[in-house]
Design a protein around this ligand. Structure first.
Ligand code: SAH
Length: 478
C-alpha cells in the first residue's frame, strides 16, 4: 500500500493554501465545503478568490510564500503555477512535519487528494496513487452512477435513528440484521432515490426491530449474470453479488463476473457442464433451501437469464415449498446478448417478425419439439445447448420444409474475449461446425438475419463456412 487512506476533519482548522489563481479557487471551494479555516498566501488574487476573501470566507495574506506562513497550520495545499514555489512550500511543510498536497505534483506532496463521490455523510474516495488519474475519474463516474442521489439523506437519517436501534436491540448480530433489512427496504430505497419520507423509513426500522427475534433472515436472490461480459451485469445483479453471504454459481458464469462478488462471501460452484457429471438439480435445490433456511443471504448466480433454460423455476418451487423468501433478477439471455455482439438483428423488420428460443436438451425435449411449426415460419430460430445435435437440427428443419440455403450463424463463447462467429447455410451446418471445432457454450441462429452478421459484426471477426478456421482471435496474435 503506497498511500494510507484517511478522511481528515478540517472543520475549523487552519489550512494554508498557497496560490491565488483558478486552481487554488477550486481547492478553496472544496476545503470550504469541509469547513476548513483557510489562509490564502499569494501576492494577488484572481476574481473568484477575491470575492471569497471580500466576503470573509477566507483570509488573504498578500505576500509571496515564506515558511512562517505555515505557523499554526494543520494542513497545507500548494496550488501555484510555479513548481519552484510548490517545492518551497513542500520543503517548509516537511520541516514542520505537516501534511502537504501540491496540486498535480506528486513529487512535492506527502498527501494526495482523491477523486470523490460525495453523498455526505457518505463519501467514496478513489485514488490510483497518481498512477492513472483518468482511471480514477472513470471509476468515479461508474460509482456516481451506482450510488443513488439521496444516499446521503438516507445515511443522515440512519445516524439520527441509530441510538433508537441500539437501545432496543442488544445483540450486535441481530442489530446488524435489523439495519441490513431496513436499509434494503423499499422505504430506504425511496429515501435514497430522493422521493421517500423519513417517517416511512422509521416505521420500517421499527417493524424490523419488532421482527428481530424471528431471526430467520435468509433470502435467495436468483440472479441472471448475462452471457459472459461482466459489463452486461445489471446494477441489481451487482448489488445482490455484493450483499450475499454465499454465492452459488453455475459453471457458465465467467471468472471476470465472479471477481465482482463481495470478497468475504463464500463462493460455491454447483453447475453442470455438458458431458461432465456435476451437481444434480435436486442437490442444488436442497443446498439452496438449506442455506436460506439457516438465515443466509444467498445469491444464486446463473448464466444469462434465470428463467431462460436456467431451471430457475424449479429452484423457486423448492424455496416456496420451504416457505423461504426469494427475489428474481433478470439477466441478458445468451440468445439476445450473443446476437448483439455478433451483429445479428434478431427481428430486422425486412426479414422476420418473430424469434423463437429453442432447446433440444432436457426432459423428452427432442420428441416434443414442433419441427413443423419451427420450419414453416420465417421466424428467427435460436437454439440453446445445440452443439451436440446440429445434424438433427439441420435434418429436421430441412425435412419439414425450411430451405437448405437458409443462413445460420454459430456464436461460441459470445460476448467474451474468446467469442467466435461462424456463418454458413443450413445444409452444411454440422459439417461447418465440426470443421471449425465449435465447442460449448455456443448458440445457433437460423434465419435470414443470421447472414447479416457478415456485414454487421463489430466485436469479433466473422468466419464464413469455407474460410479456414481462426482460433481464439486474441491468443493467435499474441
Ligand atoms: N440461462 C442461460 C442459458 C443456459 S443453457 C441464458 O439465458 O443464456 C446453456 C446454453 O446457453 C449453452 O449451451 C449455450 O447454448 C448458451 N450460452 C450461454 N452462454 C453463452 C455464450 N456466452 N455464448 C454462446 N452461447 C451461450
Amino acid at each position: 500500500m503506497e498511500y494510507f487512506p484517511i478522511f481528515a476533519r478540517l472543520n475549523g482548522r487552519k489550512t494554508v493554501l498557497v496560490g491565488g489563481g483558478n486552481v487554488a479557487l477550486r481547492k478553496a471551494r472544496l476545503l470550504l465545503a469541509a469547513g476548513a479555516r483557510i489562509t490564502v498566501v499569494a501576492p494577488a488574487l484572481a476574481p473568484g478568490m477575491a470575492t471569497l476573501a471580500a466576503s470573509g470566507e477566507l483570509e488573504h495574506v498578500a505576500a509571496r510564500f515564506s515558511p512562517e506562513a505555515l505557523d499554526g497550520a494543520f494542513f497545507v495545499v500548494a496550488a501555484t503555477d510555479s513548481s519552484a514555489i510548490n517545492a518551497e512550500v513542500f520543503a517548509a511543510a516537511e520541516r514542520r512535519q505537516l501534511l502537504c498536497n501540491s496540486v498535480d505534483d506528486l513529487a512535492q506532496s506527502s498527501a494526495i487528494v482523491p477523486a470523490i463521490v460525495d453523498r455526505s455523510p457518505v463519501q467514496v474516495a478513489i485514488s490510483t496513487g497518481g498512477a492513472a488519474p483518468v482511471l480514477a475519474r472513470r471509476l468515479r463516474e461508474r460509482i456516481e452512477q451506482l450510488l443513488p442521489s439521496g444516499l446521503g439523506r438516507l445515511a443522515a437519517l440512519a445516524r439520527r435513528l441509530r441510538s433508537r436501534v441500539t437501545a432496543r436491540v442488544h445483540d450486535p448480530e441481530h442489530r446488524r440484521g435489523v439495519w441490513e433489512r431496513a436499509l434494503d427496504s423499499d422505504a430506504a430505497n425511496a429515501v435514497a432515490a430522493g422521493r421517500g419520507s423519513p417517517n416511512d423509513f422509521r416505521a420500517e426500522l421499527d417493524a424490523q426491530i419488532a421482527a428481530a427475534d424471528a431471526s430467520s433472515a435468509g433470502v435467495a436472490w436468483l440472479v441472471g449474470a448475462g452471457p459472459g461480459d461482466p459489463e452486461l451485469l445489471t446494477l441489481r445483479a451487482l448489488r445482490a453479488m455484493q450483499d450475499a453471504d454465499v454465492v452459488l454459481h453455475d459453471r457458465l458464469v465467467s471468472r471476470e463476473i465472479l471477481a465482482r462478488v463481495r470478497r468475504d462471501a463464500e463462493v460455491i460452484t454447483v453447475g453442470k457442464q455438458s458431458g461432465c457429471p456435476g451437481t444434480t438439480q435436486a442437490a442444488i435445490n436442497e443446498k439452496l433451501v438449506a442455506l436460506v433456511a439457516s438465515g443466509k443471504r444467498v445469491c444464486r448466480l446463473k448464466g444469462g437469464d434465470p428463467f431462460v433454460f436456467g431451471r430457475g423455476g424449479e429452484e423457486i418451487e423448492a424455496l416456496r415449498a420451504a416457505g423461504l423468501a426469494y427475489e428474481i433478477v433478470p439477466g441478458i439471455t445468451a440468445g439476445v446478448g450473443c446476437a448483439a455482439y455478433a451483429g445479428i438483428p434478431l427481428t430486422h423488420r425486412e426479414h422476420t417478425q418473430a424469434v423463437q428460443l429453442v432447446t433440444a436438451h432436457g426432459k423428452g425435449a427432442w420428441d416434443s419439439i414442433d419441427w413443423q411449426g419451427l420450419a414453416a415460419s420465417r421466424s428467427t430460430l435460436v437454439f440453446y445447448m445445440g452443439v451436440a445435435r446440429l445434424e438433427r437440427i439441420r435434418d429436421q428443419l430441412i425435412a419439414h420444409g425450411r430451405s437448405p440455403d437458409t443462413p445460420f450463424a454459430i456464436v461460441e463463447s459470445g460476448t467474451t474475449r474468446e467469442q467466435r462467429v461462424v456463418t454458413g447455410e443450413l445444409a452444411t451446418l454440422p459439417e461447418v461446425a465440426t470443421r471449425h471445432t465449435i465447442r460449448s457454450p455456443a448458440i445457433v441462429y437460423v434465419g435470414t438475419v443470421a447472414g447479416l452478421a457478415n456485414e454487421l459484426a463489430w466485436f469479433a471477426p466473422v468466419q464464413s463456412a469455407e474460410a479456414p478456421p481462426i482460433y481464439a482471435t486474441l491468443s493467435a496474435t499474441g
